[in-house]
Design a protein around this ligand. Structure first.
Ligand code: GDP
Ligand code: MG
Length: 370
């Protein structure tokens, strides 16, 4: 029996997790059994806790991207199969990762073609970020080597999905579609909103119907790719919070994010994605907060219904800058924020680093034998 393997790529903060949850819902409604696979350089992922909170079976691949931990990708699928026999796997690669066609999709198809049908590669785009990068409007962006990775992600896409259409005027949407269309001739371009659901069915329909295009994979300069990724600072922390009395967890997350945001902005660092969840020790309630640009605003996408006294905070931060600085800012702001609610915080896990050079397990430039 062969299961579908669907990968949804795109830069940090583009909306991959949000869109995958929508896709999981869409497929479940049609009688499919889905299993999700999240991925990061290190463990303690907001994405995994969010997906699990929605009730989907999920496996987390940590310690490197899919391409560098290729075997763990099939092992994760096997573990999901043991538990719930999914007939479709949805996999979200790390947002700073590229060359997925040659290092993940072609090897999966060539080595495990009997087990999996590999869907076309979708690459999601945050339109505000993209309009700046492509010079359609002024505003901060990343340095050139990070942008090399960004452009490579789009170059290998079968489907380019402009997400967050709810943030665009029709004129902004049209001009961005035209730029992407003209530059990336190999791809079909769709515009959707994972938040409102607008036009998602068109994309999902195309995913189900289209085949992974068998063209030769793009060339990638792994030195520039590695340097671009290593310009990004990465921080994952899991923190226990215990207060003397119930406090407003939504407000707590918002204050913490606002404090971290203000300091990183003062340093002139570009934030790619700050995301946090706060889960009370009891019950299934969850608050989630995201910030996807230094000149954006922190946004609560899930709110806690009730006040919280004890809980677990997961914080993932990716920004162009020194990881030591990210850690110092997070710790200092957390100290101040928890003092305001008279809470004690304990770091259960904390790692901050620059991603290591990508070193793929396989690299196959073609879908058939070379
Ligand atoms: N306005 C808007 N925000 C969105 C949409 N889709 C995702 N987001 C938000 O973008 C942020 C990053 O989303 P996430 O799915 O975590 O991105 P990922 O890093 O690519 O997985 C979150 O605040 C989401 O709520 C959308 O269609 N419209
Ligand atoms: Mg994600």
């Amino acid at each position: 029996m062969s299961a579908d393997y669907i990968m949804v790529g795109g830069f940090l903060g583009a909306g991959k997790t949000t869109a995958m949850l929508r896709l999981a819902e869409h497929l479940t409604e049609r009688g499919r059994r889905v299993g999700l696979i999240t991925n990061d350089q290190s463990h303690g992922l907001v994405d995994t806790s969010l997906v699990a909170a929605h009730g989907y079976p999920v496996q987390e691949i940590t310690g490197g991207c899919f391409c560098c931990r290729f075997n763990s990708l099939t092992e994760a699928a096997d573990r999901l199969t043991r538990d719930g026999r999914p007939d479709v796997f949805l996999a979200e690669p790390v947002g700073s990762c590229t060359d997925l066609r040659a290092t993940v999709q072609y090897p999966l198809s060539r080595l495990y073609g009997h087990d999996y049908r590999i869907a076309p590669l979708s690459v999601l785009v945050d339109p505000v970020r993209a309009r700046r990068i492509f010079g359609l409007e002024p505003g901060r962006t990343f340095s050139p080597k990070v942008l090399y990775v960004y452009a490579k992600q789009l170059e290998e896409a079968d489907l380019i999905i402009i997400n967050k259409s709810d943030l665009l005027t029709s004129d902004q949407q049209r001009t961005l579609e035209k730029v992407l269309h003209d530059r990336y001739l190999q791809a079909e371009v769709f515009t959707v909103s994972a938040r409102t659901g607008a036009n998602l069915d068109t994309w999902f329909g195309r995913l189900a119907a289209a085949e992974l295009a068998p063209r030769r994979a793009m060339d990638v300069d792994y030195d520039v790719y590695a340097e671009g990724e290593a310009l990004l600072g990465w921080l994952n922390a899991t923190i226990r919070i215990a207060a003397s009395a119930p406090f407003d967890g939504n407000r707590f997350l918002h204050r913490l994010a606002t404090g971290v945001h203000a300091q990183l902005a003062a340093d002139g660092l570009e934030i790619a994605h700050l995301k946090m969840t706060l889960a009370p020790s009891e019950g299934n309630d969850l608050a989630a907060l995201n910030l996807v640009r230094t000149d954006g605003e922190p946004e609560l996408s899930h709110r806690l219904e009730e006040a919280v006294t004890e809980g677990e905070l997961i914080l993932n931060l990716r920004a162009e800058g020194d990881p030591n600085r990210l850690d110092a800012v997070v710790r200092e702001t957390l100290r101040d924020t928890s003092r305001q609610v008279d809470a004690v915080t304990t770091f259960e896990h904390s790692e901050y680093f620059r991603p290591a050079r990508p070193n793929p397990t396989h690299r196959m430039a073609t879908l058939g034998a070379d």
